[in-house]
Design a protein around this ligand. Structure first.
Ligand code: GDP
Ligand code: CA
Length: 311
């Protein structure tokens, strides 16, 4: 019998981890992916984290840039900039545009996002069960210290997370429902994994879709997480800016405390070994290991270690 694993995921950190996880034998893997980054641009629905995971698992992502398709060209974006008379702050390549046109057209014809994700997965030959957290349109908004609210993408991409912020809202969450299959997968899981994704705006926003956090708390499966923070820094990206905005320290311990009673086990970096006892004192089983996902094999070893903590 395969072990039924459910993983929550944002974009690049989640995708790197999943590329290792899927190398492990005898797992049946379901993935619940963050929709908080979703945004409408030029009349198209962009789902950055869904696409990051799909492109990475398909071997089609640009590994240097960390987002979008490899071997991209930028003709559409340049032509849009020409029409609009200004540079576009949200970069989308031509191959990427094809994804957004395809998805938006299907959405406009009444096809649910979760069905479109299945079509994408079939097209790319991705053997995992990928699901959006919700089929409803939700968007993460950043609360700025000057009282303004802006879309997360504008804060993150246009302003490089440099505008002082005090919090994050998930607009549309009150009425959003988990996508079909999400709650069942959690209830039937043998193991639930929180990969090293951004704890606030990736995993945190999945947990804000009504019912998902409660389902994980109620599930019989143990929950194990892998720290995205090594030392006082995110491995890449600006997750520290999200933690700082909430008045939280950037450390493996701080992220564990943020997840709180959701976690049964938390894997931290070997270089953060001195934090093991503080995390154990929170009532969370804690071990340390090398946590750099330098390649798929390294990610596989991290995933095996995390799974091993619960068995
Ligand atoms: P995003 O939506 O593209 O920002 O991606 P995620 O939310 O899935 O992941 C972002 C997080 O991945 C960042 O906080 C990084 O610290 C973390 N990350 C990326 N690469 C690694 C790695 O090799 N090891 C660990 N432990 N974390 C990583
Ligand atoms: Ca993201």
């Amino acid at each position: 019998m395969p072990i039924k694993v459910v993983a929550l995921a944002g974009g690049i950190g989640g995708a790197r981890f999943l590329k290792g996880l899927r190398l492990i034998d005898d797992l049946e893997i379901s993935v619940i992916i963050n929709n908080g980054d979703d945004i409408n641009m030029h009349g198209l629905r962009i789902c950055p984290d869904l696409d990051s995971v799909i492109y990475n698992l398909a071997g089609e992502s640009d590994l240097v840039r960390g987002w979008g398709r490899k071997d991209e060209t930028w003709v559409v974006q340049q032509q849009l900039a020409h029409y609009l008379g200004e540079e576009q702050w949200f970069n989308l390549g031509d191959k990427d545009y094809a994804t957004h046109i395809y998805r938006t057209n299907l959405l406009n014809n009444g096809i649910e996002l979760s069905e479109i994700v299945k079509l994408q997965c079939a097209k790319w030959g991705i053997g995992l069960n990928l699901m959006p957290a919700t089929n409803d349109f939700v968007q993460t908004q950043v609360q700025l210290t000057d009282g303004q609210q802006i879309h997360f993408q504008e804060w993150w991409v246009k302003h490089r997370a440099a505008l002082p912020a005090t919090g994050f809202e998930l607009i549309g969450a009150e009425t959003a429902k988990p996508a079909p299959g999400v709650l069942d997968a959690i209830a039937q899981a043998d193991l639930i994994i929180l990969p090293p994704s951004n704890p606030i705006v990736s995993i945190g926003m999945i947990l804000r879709i009504p019912g998902i956090r409660a389902a994980i708390m109620a599930a019989s499966a143990p929950v194990v997480g892998v720290s995205p923070i090594i030392g006082g820094n995110p491995v890449l990206g600006m997750a520290d800016k999200c933690l700082t905005a909430l008045g939280l320290e950037t450390s493996a311990t701080s992220v564990a405390a943020q997840y709180g009673d959701l976690l049964d086990a938390w894997l931290i970096a070997d270089t953060d070994d001195e934090q093991v006892s503080a995390i154990t004192n929170l009532g969370i089983k804690c071990e340390s290991a090398p946590l750099l996902m330098t390649d798929d094999q390294a990610a596989k070893e991290i995933a095996m270690r995390a799974i091993g903590m619960t068995r």
